[in-house]
Design a protein around this ligand. Structure first.
Ligand code: CA2
Length: 144
């Protein structure tokens, strides 16, 4: 059975409570429920996690590598700062798709650079909660 790990970084636990004009009204639970439904239909095991800690994301990326799982990663603001996440993705040799709710390129210039993109299979951003679903579909067809 294919396994997909969906890893979410800092502040994404606040989704649906603030800044709806930037991040939409769906909560992280709503996004997880939509993905679990798609995973069930695709007969994929889905692990969905969120943390505010950079090192925990590194641990989870390594775990995904050990499990040979595909990864959807929304690293939040660590996208723009973390060489540790870049190195972890490089090291594991499984496919990682970078996901963002917002179109980071239409926002402040400090969000235009990503340490994840050069080591990701691809990037999906700007479609709100649907970014996760689009990324899931892309990962499944890539893994097939
Ligand atoms: O658009 C995305 O998904 C981001 O990864 C979200 C990050 C941001 O730093 C990235 O540049 C783009 C921020 C997540 C914060 O989420 C919040 C949700 C609700 C209220 C406040 C923050």
């Amino acid at each position: 059975m294919k396994v997909v790990h969906v890893l979410n970084g800092p502040n994404l636990n606040l989704l649906g409570t603030r800044e709806p004009s930037t991040y939409g009204t769906a909560t992280l639970k709503d996004i997880e429920a939509a993905l679990q439904k798609k995973a069930k239909a695709a007969k994929v095991k889905l692990v969905f996690r969120q943390t505010n800690r950079e090192g925990e994301l590194v641990d989870w990326i390594q775990e995904a590598g050990a499990a040979k799982a595909g990864v959807l990663l929304n690293a939040g603001a660590y996208t723009h700062t973390s060489i540790a996440l870049h190195d972890a993705i490089r090291a594991i040799g499984v496919s990682v798709i970078e996901v963002h709710l917002s179109n980071v390129f239409a926002r402040e210039s400090f969000r235009h650079h990503s340490y994840i993109s050069p080591v990701a299979k691809g990037v999906i951003c700007g479609f709100g909660a649907a970014s996760y679903e689009l990324a899931f579909d892309a990962l499944i067809s890539h893994l097939a």
